[in-house]
Design a protein around this ligand. Structure first.
Ligand code: AMP
Length: 466
């Protein structure tokens, strides 16, 4: 299976700090929400390259001893999320290889729309792939012999790939950050004393007390070495900027600043707008924690209906909790969220969440809220109906499984069993960001900024046996 389609990831990099790997380890902690499935760090001390990666959370993969073995002043790190069954340690990143020009390590966030085609071409010329990752395709392109130096080969490789890619690359004594020309996924630059930091989100800079310098620009390749940073823009004339709007809605951490704005403030605005678009009389506003909390705050402020934390979330659910032997219905939902009966009993409740994808989790949650005594449930969603799959790195299922792709709002309302259902409009969503034309909204509108040949192509890619 082509893994790229299912990946969300977090990236971190350090140049010029004697504790580069330790800072990277901390940075990955702050980016854990971007990927819980595997974590890895590669570092360089001027002579040798070190690396460690493993399956699970950062805290599962690293301990004091493992971090202290990663010496050097340069490091990159990666956390990865994937829902595919074919997940293995082999696919943990950074991908690290020794080749004719030395050692290179790459971490990728996003999805290449032409990853499978490039891979097939490379395989036809005899390339042997060890992983199913897009990053490995980039490495094969880098290793082509016809280029004068590493920079030339990198520019060549970057010009071949299409789609969403934020990259951190460690080429021995050099840290490189790349953002694709559309700027789909975030990547920012920070400073910590004399050291330079790259991170997917600013919340990782905050943790290590690094100063935020700026976001990398779409299409920017930033080389950092002992002479300092140097930028090139190899992709030619500027392309349509297409930041992922879903980063603002759901994926990024609310305490981050991405695409020029505070994620929390954008989410609060979504809640204000939602209240204006779908007013209703109710006693309480309740967020689905944590994803619905900032929008619920905004909706509560706008409607003057009090906010209550009526659903409590258990934060300690690991990926591998042991299922009960006896069948407990909706166990997955119960173990994560529990409503407070005393707040809900007899109340007309507005429940706010950021999105509905398949609808199955929301349905189970709504059932629990009615069982806890809610009289009416008015569901409010701080994004428009998700009708189209994402080919640029957010894990949405196929159109068949996306509930809004195949059902009217009224059908969805009935399926969920709620009293009323209101989604934010596309215009409403875009009114909450400062530069609406710079966003990709393909999952709501089907307007894909980079073509990929339709959904059929996705499945051809996915089931090619990679
Ligand atoms: P469902 O009702 O089954 O569609 O699940 C909706 C819940 O999934 C919401 O609480 C969302 O915050 C959450 N969600 C949205 N997008 C994703 C995603 N790409 N991966 C995992 N969870 C998501």
């Amino acid at each position: 299976m082509s893994e790229g389609i299912k990946e969300h990831c977090g990236l971190f990099g350090v140049y010029g700090h004697k504790e580069a790997a330790r800072l990277t380890y901390l940075g990955l902690y702050a980016l854990q929400h971007r990927g819980e499935e595997s974590a890895g760090i590669a570092s360089f001390d001027g002579n040798s390259v070190y690396s460690h990666k493993g399956m699970g959370l950062v805290s599962d993969v690293f301990d004091e001893e493992k971090v202290s073995r990663l010496g050097g002043h340069v490091a990159i790190g990666h956390v990865r999320y994937s829902t595919t069954g074919s997940t293995t340690l082999k696919n943990a990143q950074p991908v690290l290889v020794d080749y004719s020009r030395g050692t290179v390590a790459i971490g990728h966030n996003g999805n290449l729309v032409n990853g499978a085609i490039l891979r097939a071409e490379l395989e036809a010329r005899g390339a042997i792939f060890q992983t199913t990752l897009d990053s490995e395709t980039i490495i094969h392109l880098l290793a082509r012999p016809e280029h004068k130096n590493f920079e030339e080969s990198l520019v060549f490789a970057l010009k071949q790939i299409k789609g969403a890619f934020s990259l951190v690359i460690m080429k021995e004594d050099q840290l490189i950050g790349v953002r694709d020309p559309h700027g789909w996924r975030p990547l920012c630059l920070g400073r910590l004393g004399g050291a330079y930091i790259l991170a997917s989100e600013t919340c990782a800079l905050d943790l290590i007390e690094a100063e935020f310098v700026r976001e990398l620009e779409p299409g920017e390749v930033l080389f950092i070495n002992k002479k300092g940073p140097r930028s090139i823009k190899p992709f030619g004339e500027s392309k349509r900027v297409a930041h992922c709007i879903f980063e603002q809605i759901y994926f990024a951490r609310p305490d981050s600043y991405i695409f020029g704005e505070s994620v929390h403030l954008v989410r609060q605005k979504l809640g204000h707008r939602l209240a204006q678009e779908h007013p209703v009389n109710a006693d309480l506003v309740i967020p689905v924690p944590d994803s619905g909390t900032p929008a619920a705050l905004g909706l509560s402020h706008e409607s003057s209906i009090p906010l209550e934390m009526g659903i409590i979330r258990n934060h300690y659910i690991g990926r591998t909790f042991i299922q009960p032997l006896q069948h407990i219905r909706d166990f997955g939902v119960k173990v994560k969220l529990n409503p407070i009966r005393e707040l809900l009993k007899g109340k007309r409740v507005i429940v706010v969440d950021d999105s509905i994808v398949r609808g199955t989790t929301s349905k189970a949650r709504i059932k629990k809220l009615f069982q806890a005594g809610a009289k009416e449930i008015h569901m409010r969603i701080s994004c428009p109906p998700i009708k189209y799959p994402c080919f640029y790195g957010i894990d949405f299922p196929t159109r068949k499984e996306l509930i809004a792709a195949n059902n009217s709002i009224e059908d969805i309302r009935k399926f969920l069993g709620v009293t009323t259902l209101g989604y934010l409009s596309v215009e409403g969503l875009l009114s909450c960001v400062s530069c609406p034309k710079n966003y990709c909204t393909a999952c709501f509108t089907g307007d894909y900024p980079v073509p990929f040949g339709g959904e059929a192509n996705k499945f051809a890619t996915e089931y090619k046996g990679y």
